[in-house]
Design a protein around this ligand. Sequence first.
Ligand SMILES: Cc1ncc(COP(=O)(O)O)c(C=O)c1O
Length: 388
Amino acid sequence: MKTTTIAVHAGTRKDDSFGSVNQPIYMTSNYRLPTDGSYFDPTGINDFVYQRERNVNMLVLQDKLCGLADAEDCVVFGSGMAALSSVFTTFLKSGDHAIVSKVCYVSTEALFNEALNGKYGVEVTFVDTADTEAVKAAIRPNTKLIHMEDPGNPTTEIGDVEAVAKLAHDNGALLSVDATFGGLLCFRPRKLGADIEIHSMTKYINGHGDSLGGCVMGKKELVSKVRELCLVKYGGVLSPFNAWIISRGLVTLPIRMKQHCYAAQKVAEFLDTCPAVRFVYYPGLKDHPQHELASRVMENGYSAMMSWDLKGDRETHFKFLSALKLVSYAVSLGDVETLITYSESSDPKLQDYPEPFRAGFFRFSLGLEDPEDIIDDLTQAFRAAGLL
Ligand SMILES: Cc1ncc(COP(=O)(O)O)c(C=O)c1O
């Protein structure tokens, strides 16, 4: 089946007594057990005991994700951070070494610094994973996991997953990739050799900005380790309601990603030639440092995340932000509406990013609006800030 058909039909269980066409929500914390003394397999296809172990809506969502991402197995969690921390704590123990993208979501970096290294004795090296030689130089005999964020949040830089996967495997390590920025369908790291693919489903997969979730995908033998340790014992379970909401969002992911990519390319090209703009990083632009690699490894477009900055001081940035009418100044990404965040030069983290980012920048998540309307909104806000 083709992607749009898989998105609609995969996973759905139409097994209720009322013949509903849509997937019902099973809001139950526990299920009746057999009273005839028969053997009960809590991991059996239709055997349910308790919501934290498995619930119907969780399975529907996992099956849809496996279908769309061509994954052998998938486990979902209550947030992207729950998915990430589950992978790291499953595959790393005290004394192991991990190599992590130095451009990554702030809480991922903090998790490594404060918990995995700070409390549990995992050694960590942050490197520029867009530089394969730097990854190679960081490998130690006890390296057990390389974790890339690809494309990286917030710079949109892209690493060579194929080369890093080979490095990891030649040295007895696993490669996990947080591919949230790629919206599931634009970037498929497991096809390039990654062992584990992680997404914050809060972003494109759900897509509507109304619920949190995370997923881990890969071979059964790896995903079942994450499920067994982290779902049941750590307990970061996704509720049936949120699983249902995200499954509903996922149905339209293929058509949403088409519009996201189309709008982002148009807006990036506008920003790239706009005299008010200091720089733009978008993988779909020819001057993006990894445009060639992105064109080889990304599919169906370049997703819809970009970073850029205008020419002006702090006050001009806030004048511009307050003049925006359609674009919302808010965190998160992958929603139906366009979102913008601002990172100021006073943030020491910016020194880890390429040179143009260090003076401050905006991160932009293009929504599903017509790009002409977003360009008009930006133009009037540039004018209000005195830039055009
Ligand atoms: C790349 C990336 N990974 C993971 C996360 C964490 O996801 P969640 O907010 O669903 O916990 C985020 C959140 O912004 C993110 O941008």
